[in-house]
Design a protein around this ligand. Structure first.
Ligand code: DC
Length: 230
């Protein structure tokens, strides 16, 4: 069967990566978590003292972008590709609330976006890819055969994220997570370069009141239909 490109965009913590991973597994496609790439650049900026509370040395980050090498390497133990920054596995480090607090600002920088978008387009050049992010259906693969746009209420999303972080043992409050979700929504939707918008040909799904299984069922049916059409 001909392979297609599946673009999954949406607000933060809408479960894009869960659904994308599951689809890629079932279809035997490559999965690319583009948020992890923006998070890794953010982690790089934090480590190099280029971003922190009250400061962001944008020009210095841009000047250092050539020193950022990102790779996904498959870990058979967890059956997932993990994010490497300059040969260091940063999968854990990029999932902290601190990185979440700075990542939207780093993602507004056009030079950062250009570098990552080029890499993403190479990774998906052969199709057979499920990619999730904010601009996949609009900028990275505007010709993707299937575009999904996920949404859920800010409260539901903050709750899901809160549970995830608490389960990992992180010390966080629900209020700070909700604040982070809302502020990322705002920055991601209002930035000048590649803002988060629904592509005109995307299928929108609000999963506020769906279980993971219900959502997968619905999306899998849409995918099957697309595969038959192509
Ligand atoms: O999907 P995520 O929450 O891990 O993404 C983290 C941030 O990265 C998100 O707030 C905005 C940015 N991002 C982006 O601008 N474009 C993408 N394709 C993916 C993520």
């Amino acid at each position: 069967m001909k392979k297609i490109t599946i673009a999954i965009d949406g607000f933060s913590s809408t479960g894009k990566s869960t659904i994308a991973k599951h689809l890629a597994q079932v279809l035997n496609y490559i999965y690319v978590d583009t948020g992890a790439m923006y998070r890794a650049v953010t982690y790089f900026a934090m480590k190099n003292n280029l971003i922190g509370d009250g400061f962001f040395k944008v020009d210095e980050l841009i000047a250092k972008l050539d020193e950022v090498e990102l790779k996904f390497i498959y870990n058979p133990q967890v059956q997932l590709a993990e994010m490497y920054l300059n040969d260091e596995n940063v999968e854990q480090q990029i999932r902290t609330l601190e990185v979440s607090n700075f990542v939207s600002n780093v993602s507004t920088i056009s030079e950062v976006r250009k570098k990552l978008v080029e890499q993403q387009q190479k990774m998906g050049a052969e199709k057979g890819v499920v990619m999730d992010g904010r601009d996949i259906g609009t900028v990275v693969f505007p010709k993707a055969e299937l575009k999904l746009f996920l949404n859920a209420s800010a409260d539901k999303r903050a709750n899901r994220r809160f549970q995830e972080l608490i389960n990992k043992g992180d010390v966080v409050s629900y209020e700070e997570i909700l604040e982070n979700v809302k502020s990322r929504d705002y920055i991601d939707s209002n930035r000048e370069d590649s803002p988060l918008v629904v592509a005109s040909d995307a299928i929108e799904i609000d999963n506020s009141d769906m279980t993971k299984e219900e959502q997968f069922e619905k999306i899998y049916q849409i995918v099957q239909q697309k595969l038959q059409e192509n």
